[in-house]
Design a protein around this ligand. Structure first.
Ligand code: 13P
Length: 260
């Protein structure tokens, strides 16, 4: 099966009304150069309306960087899946390691966080929003050879929570923490091996779902390494941080995805 590539731009806590406008203009001006690629942008939530207004009617989609597992109520500072629907979000990121680190600081252990991510995943699916679940090992876990354990733990928990078929409406993103913002991307071979691991785990439950689920790689993807990563058979695109803040760099990555 040929999976459509997806390139997702995670702006993290960057941008301003003026700089967003410029970035969106720059990407939209070149959107014809990456046909047959799904592209989605993830601004800080306060800029959701700005991004929605600019992108609706185009081929680009948008979403937020996190969501609450709850639908509504006394959860100060949180944003729910129905609210994302109000702003036309097609996707939502969850489980990003930068969020995990912040939560870990307040004492939750990683297993508890995995279960919370599974609840967020369920909350997004319920509203018809595609969850993009970030999964990745820390530098310490990497050195200790725990990559497989960490990755498969979350895959197993989300399958246990919502069933394997739900993954056909979801996206997984392998983001090794040691590769994020460091300029040291995983090698295409390393990333491919981890993606295979995830796909094989899903295939144990359902072969068709395993073949259809998009699995992205994230961590120091740039215009010059995107092609070699995306040409791996199980890497279906990228989750891009720093390089998504510059129109030409981001477009170069989208073009790489279009040409593999
Ligand atoms: P960088 O592309 O800046 O390494 O960030 C990756 C990332 O965390 C995307 O979610």
């Amino acid at each position: 099966m040929v999976r459509k590539p997806l390139v997702a731009g995670n702006w993290k806590m960057n941008g301003s009304s003026a700089s967003n406008e410029k970035l969106l203009d720059g990407i939209l001006a070149q959107a014809d150069s990456f046909p047959a690629v799904d592209v989605a942008l993830f601004p800080p939530a306060v800029y959701l309306q700005q991004v929605q207004q600019r992108l609706q009617g185009t081929t680009l989609a948008w979403g937020t960087q996190n969501l609450s597992q709850f639908r509504q109520g006394a959860y100060t500072g949180e944003i729910s899946a129905p609210m994302l629907n109000d702003f036309g979000c097609k996707y939502v990121l969850m489980g990003h390691s930068e969020r995990r680190c912040l939560y870990a600081e307040i004492g939750l252990d990683q297993l508890v966080l995995d279960y919370i991510i599974a609840e967020k995943y369920g909350a997004a699916l319920k509203e018809g929003i595609t969850p993009i679940v970030c999964i990745g090992e820390s530098p310490e876990e990497h050195e200790q050879g725990k990559t497989e354990e960490v990755i498969l733990r979350l895959v197993d928990i989300i399958i246990e929570h919502s069933g394997v078929k739900a993954l056909s409406q979801a996206v997984l993103a392998y983001e090794p923490v040691w590769a994020i913002g460091t300029g040291k991307s995983a090698t295409p071979e390393w990333a491919q091996d981890v993606h295979t691991l995830m796909r094989e785990r899903i295939a144990k439950h359902d072969q068709a779902t395993a073949e259809s689920v998009q699995i992205l790689y994230g961590g120091s993807v740039k215009g010059d390494n995107a092609s070699s990563l995306f040409s791996m058979p199980d890497i279906d695109g990228g989750l891009i941080g720093g390089a998504s803040l510059d129109a030409d760099n981001f477009v170069a990555i989208c073009q790489a995805a279009a040409s593999v």
